[in-house]
Structures are given as structure tokens and as C-alpha cells.
Write a protein that binds this ligand. Structure first.
Ligand code: MTE
Ligand code: MO
Length: 552
């Protein structure tokens, strides 16, 4: 048990430090994969979310039993015990090598199993040797000669200075302080050893046992308190399969050719970020799982490999934060790849009466989304990639929701782990508890990027440009007003999709003096952006963006 414990402890530590499959989780996952359907259904139904710890506990129990058996057999057949230990290690390696794997590097994948094999085997060998059951020596171990003259080892014995047991007891005597207690200690040791086999290396056994115990407990403890999470190389190495349905190639005409206007595709590095976390979760994709449950006919669970193996779609979708002030920066457009949420809902089978989804991120934050927005044909997805790479950690790696037309706080759950079909009346989400609306479709909005506020420009022909968005409806028209003049229709850049923002430009004749430019958009439903000023809370800012320029 000491040998197996040390192997598992250091195996877990390796998994935590280097990545790769944890021996216990690897074997457990294989058991899940190999379990027949009815057994899985039973576990899901009767054990619920406790199924994971129960499975891990069962694996540990089995390992303990196996190790115990190896130990008992080892007393008479030490080689068999070493063989059984090797078999245990090989099982860990086999589970890692054949399990669902996301690591690009197979060596790292099996490294923890290999460490378990090595440490457990060496540990078993050392324990056996210290018990004078050297599995490879035909003759007795190194202590035999020293013990030969006596059928048992006695206490402190100045006549045998080479005996390590004697040394140990000599130290006990020396540090005992009073002769009485030292004598008692030595006497106890003496009586305790009457039954031990000839050549039993007590100190060797103790040192080995303590070392193996420390390796097991220490390795396990350290692996649990390590900061955890994966490094960026692991994230970047995940291969996103080619989507079954590609986004349209971007026509050059989606970008207004004006310096200073927002880039049509927002680079990941400059994409706005809104969440409640001080440290970005670095979810290990090997341990990640999404649970789909609630008012469904079938509870479903997906790991990342499962999702990557499904039908993927690639879509350009503009995200907006409800906290964005008029003219503010919390809007960005990216090319996402993901699994259509509608596919998953259909597979799970939504029960009558459900009207919402409560999704939960790895940090426990909850978001409520109207069910109809996930199943009305729009491209709501479980996104796995953003602008050609796996999701950046800050943007929800490994999987987040993206729903065109809804503000992020009611739809864009990053680091998602739980997806529960339910009813709005049965829960309240994180932001709803903080004074934001339960439902929040994105308001038709527009922004002036050029000129910047209070810019100085030369009199004469000038250009204004910016972006407008009304995701899931589309932008039909953008107009600009100079001072109190008539609304002038801006030139719209090509539309990518109705779910993306749209760029606009207006050429105007700048006359000396200060001028105010105001912009308004009309969505494809014909709704003109409202002039009513509203603060972001509770369901998004409204009102028209304007910019003052100084013309010289
Ligand atoms: N887990 C989690 N997901 C979250 C949030 C959060 O705080 N935690 N914020 C939401 C909000 S308010 C917005 S606007 C978007 C922002 O996504 P981004 O940071 O990738 O731009 O994520 C949404 N998803
Ligand atoms: Mo947001």
C-alpha cells in the first residue's frame, strides 16, 4: 500500500505539474467510457453530480485492495508482488494512452502513469528488500551477514557497531536524557522485535516506509494546492476541426476605408473583456465537462473532445455588453466556431413548460437566457474558437456561449460547465440579483469612431465614420446630423451578416468653427434608434452618440 500510495501521489503531482492524465482520473474515465449505457444512466440518475467523487473513491478502493493483496502475496512470493505493482502502473499508462485525449503530446499524456509505474515498483522493491525479501537476490539481503550470529536482533549492542539497528538505539539512549526512559524505549524495541524475521532491517524499513508515505501524501497534497490550470501552450495546441458550415469569406467592402474606424474583426488581444474575476480561470480541458440537464428528456454530458467531434459551425457575431455607455468601447466582433446550441437542445429533448436556460461558469456565476433565443434559428453556439484559435483564457476557454442579439450578461457565459433547461420563475441569475433585467435584447446602436471627440480638422471636404449594430436584426440605414441640420444618409459598408456590426462613412463639407456630429441607426425591422437617453442599468444604454469637432 505504501508503494502504490507513493506511486499514485507522485503520479498526481506529475499530472498537476506537467499535465497529462492523472492515473486515478484516467482509469476512472476509462471506466465511464467502457461502462454500458444502462449503467451510466443509472449512475447519472441515482448518483447525480456525486458520480465523479464516488467513481474516484471506487478506483482508490480497488487500488488499495489490489495493493494489499500484492503485499500479502509478497511475503512469500516477492517477485509476484513486484509483478503486480508493475501491472498496476501499466494499467495507469494504458488508461492514459487509450483514453479520450486532448493533449497533442502523447508522451506528456502518459507521463504521470509512467511515474506511477516507476515509483510504485521501486517502492515495492525497497519495502521488500528492507523486509529482507529481496525479489532479485537468490540469497538474503545485505543485513543477513550482520544478523547471522543471532536468531534475533537485540537492543543496543556495543559489540556489533556495524549494526544499523544498534546505531539507531544508541541515538535513542543518547537523546533520552534520563537513563530510565531510554531503557524503557530500548526495552520496548527489543520486545517488539522478537517476532520479526531473521535479518529484518528495522531502520531500513522505517526509512523506506516514511519516505514512501511522505511521497504519497506529499505528492497528493502538493498536487491539490498547486495553482492548477493549464499553460497557454496546452490551450493553443488544441486542434479545432474544420467546421461543417463555414462563415462567408469577408468581402473587402465590409470595412470602411477610413483611418481610425474600428477594425471589422476585433483582434482577440484588443477584444473587450467583462467578467467578475480577478484571476482568469485556466480550465484544464482534460477535466472539463459540460452538463446539460433540467427540463429535458435526456441528461447529457460532453467533454471537449465530444464537442469538437460534433457538427461545428463558423459564424461572425458581434458581442455587446449591457454596460456599454452610448459611444462606449464594450462591443467587439469576432469569427467564432462552435456547436449549435439548438442541436444539443434537440438531442436532450426540451420538456414542455421550459422557457429559460440557466448556465453556470466554472466560477459559479449564473446567466439566464430565454430558451426561444437558443432555438429560433439564430446562430446560438457553444463556442470553442475565436478568430482562428481556441478561445483565449480571458474569453472563456475552453467553451463559452455566444448568442447573437442578446447582451453578454444574459447569453455569453464564459468557462461554461453547466447548462440547465428551466423556467425563469424558478431561478434568478447573478446579474439579475444585482438590478439588471431578466431579459435583455441588444438595442439598435451606432457610434462615431472618426473624428474623435474634440479633434481639430481642416476646413473643407471631411469624412466621418463609425459602426452600427443591431444583432439578429441587421442594420438598414445610418444617418448623420451636423449641428441642427438635416439627417444625411451615410454610406453603409457591405453587410457581413445580420449578427455583425456594420461600418458607415459620411462625407461632409467642414466649415470653420465647432460642429457637433450626431449619428443614428435604423435596423432592418425599420426601428429607428431612439433618442431617449437611458443609462446602462437595467437593460442597456440608449440615446444618440455625438461628437464635437473643431474645424480650422
Ligand atoms: N463566466 C462569466 N461569463 C461571462 C461574464 C462573467 O462575468 N462571467 N460576463 C458576461 C458579460 S457581462 C459579457 S458582456 C461577456 C463579455 O465577454 P468577453 O469578456 O469575452 O468580451 O461575457 C459574459 N460572460
Ligand atoms: Mo456585459
Amino acid at each position: 500500500m505504501l508503494a502504490a500510495g507513493a506511486g499514485l501521489g507522485l503520479g498526481e503531482l506529475t499530472a498537476a505539474l506537467a499535465g497529462g492524465t492523472s492515473p486515478v482520473v484516467g482509469v476512472g474515465t476509462q471506466l465511464i467510457d467502457l461502462a454500458p449505457g444502462p449503467a451510466k444512466d443509472w449512475a447519472v440518475k441515482n448518483l447525480g453530480t456525486a458520480d465523479k467523487p464516488i467513481l474516484v473513491g471506487a478506483v482508490l478502493l480497488a487500488v488499495t485492495g489490489f495493493a494489499l493483496l500484492a503485499g500479502v502475496i509478497g511475503a512469500s512470493k516477492p517477485r509476484v508482488a513486484v509483478g503486480m505493482t508493475i501491472a498496476l502502473g501499466l494499467l495507469a499508462i494504458l488508461a492514459a494512452a487509450t483514453g479520450r485525449t486532448l493533449a497533442a503530446n502523447h508522451f506528456v499524456q502518459v507521463l504521470p502513469g509512467f511515474v506511477t509505474l516507476l515509483v510504485a515498483t521501486i517502492g515495492m522493491f525497497l519495502v521488500l528488500r528492507s523486509l529482507n525479501l529481496n525479489p532479485f537476490g537468490g540469497r538474503r539481503g545485505r543485513k543477513t551477514a550482520a544478523a547471522e550470529g543471532s536468531t534475533r536482533i537485540v537492543g543496543p549492542s556495543p559489540t556489533r557497531p556495524n549494526d544499523r539497528t544498534a546505531d539507531l538505539d544508541a541515538v535513542t539512549v543518547g537523546s533520552g536524557g534520563s537513563g530510565g526512559s531510554a531503557a524503557a524505549g530500548a526495552g520496548g524495541a527489543e520486545s517488539g522485535e522478537r517476532e520479526t524475521p531473521a535479518g529484518f532491517d528495522r531502520r531500513g524499513f522505517l526509512v523506506t516506509a516514511i519516505a514512501l508515505g511522505a511521497a504519497g501524501v506529499g505528492g497528493l497534497a502538493v498536487s491539490r494546492v498547486l495553482p492548477g490550470g493549464v499553460d497557454d501552450a496546452t490551450r493553443a495546441a488544441i486542434k479545432i476541426p474544420a467546421p461543417a458550415s463555414r462563415a462567408n469569406a469577408l468581402p473587402a467592402g465590409v470595412s470602411a476605408d477610413v483611418a481610425g474606424v474600428s477594425r471589422f474583426v476585433t483582434p482577440n488581444k484588443s477584444f473587450y473583456r467583462v467578467d467578475t474575476l480577478l484571476t482568469v480561470p485556466k480550465v484544464d480541458p482534460r477535466n472539463w465537462e459540460l452538463r446539460v440537464h433540467g427540463m429535458v428528456d435526456r441528461e447529457l454530458r460532453f467533454n471537449l473532445a465530444d464537442l469538437l467531434g460534433r457538427r461545428l459551425v463558423e459564424r461572425d457575431i458581434t458581442l455587446t455588453c449591457v454596460s456599454n455607455e452610448v459611444g462606449g468601447p464594450y462591443v467587439g466582433n469576432a469569427r467564432w466556431i462552435g456547436v449549435p446550441i439548438a442541436d444539443i437542445l434537440q438531442e436532450a429533448g426540451v420538456r414542455a413548460g421550459a422557457d429559460a436556460v440557466k448556465s453556470t461558469s466554472v466560477d459559479g456565476l449564473t446567466i439566464g437566457t430565454p430558451l426561444k433565443a437558443l432555438a429560433d434559428g439564430r446562430d446560438a453556439i457553444f463556442a470553442v474558437a475565436m478568430n482562428g484559435e481556441p478561445l483565449p483564457f480571458e474569453h472563456g476557454f475552453p467553451v463559452r456561449m455566444v448568442v447573437p442579439g442578446l447582451y453578454g450578461y444574459v447569453s455569453a457565459t464564459k468557462w461554461i460547465v453547466d447548462f440547465e433547461v428551466t423556467r425563469f420563475e424558478d431561478f434568478s441569475a447573478y446579474w439579475t440579483d444585482r438590478g439588471w433585467s431578466v431579459e435583455a435584447p441588444i438595442k439598435t446602436s451606432s457610434r462615431i469612431d472618426v473624428p474623435k471627440g474634440f479633434a481639430r480638422i481642416k476646413a473643407g471636404p471631411a469624412v466621418a465614420a463609425g459602426v452600427a449594430w443591431a444583432q439578429n436584426r441587421g442594420i438598414a440605414k445610418v444617418e448623420v446630423q451636423v449641428d441642427e441640420g438635416p439627417w444625411q444618409e451615410a454610406t453603409l459598408a457591405l453587410e457581413d451578416t445580420i449578427d455583425t456590426w456594420r461600418q458607415w462613412t459620411l462625407r461632409w463639407n467642414a466649415t470653420p468653427g465647432n460642429h457637433r456630429l450626431t449619428v443614428r441607426a435604423t435596423d432592418a425591422d425599420g426601428q429607428v434608434q431612439t433618442t431617449d437617453r437611458a443609462a446602462p442599468r437595467p437593460n442597456g444604454s440608449s440615446g444618440l452618440h455625438n461628437t464635437v469637432v473643431m474645424v480650422e
